[in-house]
Design a protein around this ligand. Sequence first.
Ligand code: GSH
Length: 211
Amino acid sequence: MYKLYNVKAWGSMGVHFLLEEMEVPYTNIWMTAEQVRAPEFRAVSPLGYIPALGLPDGRGLFESAAIVSFLVTAHADKGLSPAPGSAAFGEFLSWLHLASGLYTTMNIKYDAGFYGRNDAEAAHITARVKEKCDALWAILAARLEAEEPWFLGKIYSALDTYVFMLSIWASPSEAALHGKFPAIARLAKGVRQRPKLKAALEAHGVMEVKN
Ligand SMILES: N[C@@H](CCC(=O)N[C@@H](CS)C(=O)NCC(=O)O)C(=O)O
């Protein structure tokens, strides 16, 4: 069985939602920030990041886009992506990686003090990160608006829950992102209405739009 290393409202949400949609058996391991930051966890996730997924043979997977790609191909029969190897699957991977790039960009703001040599530089980095994130959101929103209701048109996929997860963390708030990009608001509403996701959404405390 899979083991999901999970922290409430952290990056494990996307994998958690996917496992729930797929109805694949897994053991959920709720972790605290201290447990994630403990040296022992590096044996599972070398950077000490969530999400991580333990495989039945003892291997550990890390990096959210890699885990999502693995799960949708290992369980292709669940239909949470286009058929692996198809042109549409290539498109799915491209958008997933673009979204994963947004995740990485969003993370820079938490490290602005590391990248900047002083407070002024850190403030500058934070502002540029916000600008870059806004540009990436505009690209994602334009794609969604052209394809609605989902990123791949009529095909609901792991991409939708992944982007939904990112939208919850938007700066200055999820609600502000929705105000700017109504297509993202409609996506979030659609995801929140998925019956199989109700328990996981509640467990992460993300059923309501954050102001
Ligand atoms: N590139 C990684 C980023 C994962 C990431 O940033 N995870 C954050 C939580 S959202 C984390 O585990 N941070 C560790 C910490 O705060 O100690 C991925 O896509 O999985």
